[in-house]
Write a protein that binds this ligand. Structure first.
Ligand SMILES: NC(=O)c1ccc[n+]([C@@H]2O[C@H](COP(=O)([O-])OP(=O)(O)OC[C@H]3O[C@@H](n4cnc5c(N)ncnc54)[C@H](O)[C@@H]3O)[C@@H](O)[C@H]2O)c1
Length: 315
């Protein structure tokens, strides 16, 4: 099969493309290489993909690129391109989020409608729930984002379901809960914590560290992406949580990090950030039922893998 991966140079995109190559699929990838974080890291990811067998890479913006050409001959689309991160989504930053997460998604769906694509997997987010009414949160819980970023991810998800409902576009939206593992974005908390611990600097924690997070290992997210793309008879417009299935406070994570790096780590509390929720946690019953997927990698295992990766880059 031929797959198109949008955001292919990013964290989840590069892992997804790598897995597709290993399975023998043809991979086309598109990425504009935004400078939200150092594009050199994205170029490193692209180099890994060339070493893994090579992809047909197009450096372009989904807002303007020729999508018909991009979708030509494509069977499945993994739409992972987005402007991620909660903190930069306020004030004038919002325009970037609206462009990348809403307008680009609508443009891709419109083009997919006219194509032979058999499945489009959309990277949604647990941020659509905001301060959820119940934990662990299932997919029937009302969505009420708590950040502008979450609003744009939910808008993208709604666009997927409405193109499914109106035109039968075969979308599956996966609501990822905080993804971690090798190649994690440098702006994400776990990456910053590990970097500080390895350099023996104090770890800056927003808030008091009692926030609870459901971390999902990137290998598990890739497995969910593949299941969403290749499981037969998944109804168009399906929405599924992709969560690690366990909950851990930020303070517990920091203590665990100390055991992985082999020395106690120091912390420095910083003001809580607007848009950050106190708790995330998702049920995975629907994912198991619809996609036959459940998470396999625990936080301690995944953390050790991410520490090893960051250590290898630090030398
Ligand atoms: N990482 C997480 O914890 C997490 C959690 C929930 C949802 N998600 C979603 O998963 C997806 C992947 O996230 P990630 O952490 O790998 O982010 P990432 O920033 O590493 O990857 C996204 C890529 O998309 C590219 N991109 C952005 N706008 C583009 C455009 N207009 N045209 C072409 N390329 C564009 C960027 O250059 C980047 O390389 C995103 O949709 C994100 O919202 C991620």
């Amino acid at each position: 099969m031929r797959a198109l991966v949008t955001g292919v140079a990013g964290f989840v995109g590069s892992h997804t493309a790598e897995a597709l190559l290993a399975l023998g699929h043809d991979v086309r990838g598109v990425d504009v290489l935004t400078d939200y974080y150092d594009p050199a890291l994205k170029k490193d990811n692209l180099r890994l993909l060339q070493d893994a067998g090579g992809i047909d890479f197009v450096q372009d913006d989904l807002l303007t690129t020729d999508l018909d050409r991009l979708l030509d001959g494509v069977d499945v689309v993994f739409h992972l391109a987005a402007q991620p991160g909660v903190r930069a989504s306020w004030q004038t930053g919002f325009a970037v989020y609206a462009d990348a997460n809403v307008l680009a998604t609508q443009r891709l769906l419109e083009a997919t409608r006219q194509s032979a694509v058999q499945r489009l997997v959309y990277a949604s987010s647990s941020s659509v729930y905001g301060r959820a009414a119940s934990y662990p949160t299932d997919e029937t819980t009302p969505t009420r984002p708590y950040s502008p970023y979450g609003v744009t991810k939910l808008a993208g998800e709604h666009l997927c379901t409405l193109y499914a409902d109106n035109y039968g576009v075969p979308t599956v939206s996966l609501r990822y809960f905080t993804v971690f593992g090798p190649r994690q974005r440098p702006d994400m908390a776990m990456n910053r914590f590990i970097a500080a611990a390895l350099e023996d600097r104090p770890i800056g924690i927003y808030g008091d560290g009692t926030q609870i997070r459901d971390f999902t290992y990137v290998g598990d997210v890739v497995a969910a992406n593949l299941a969403a793309a290749f499981t037969p008879d998944v109804p168009p417009g399906t929405v599924v949580n992709v969560a690690g299935g366990g909950s851990i406070t930020v303070n517990e994570l920091v203590a665990l990090l100390g055991t992985v790096v082999g020395r106690p780590v120091r912390t420095q509390l910083q003001p809580a950030q607007p848009g950050d929720v106190q708790r995330t946690g998702g049920t995975v019953d629907r994912a198991q039922q619809v996609l036959g997927w459940k998470p396999q990698v625990s936080v301690p295992e995944g953390l050790a893998a991410q520490v090893a990766w960051q250590r290898s880059r630090a030398v």
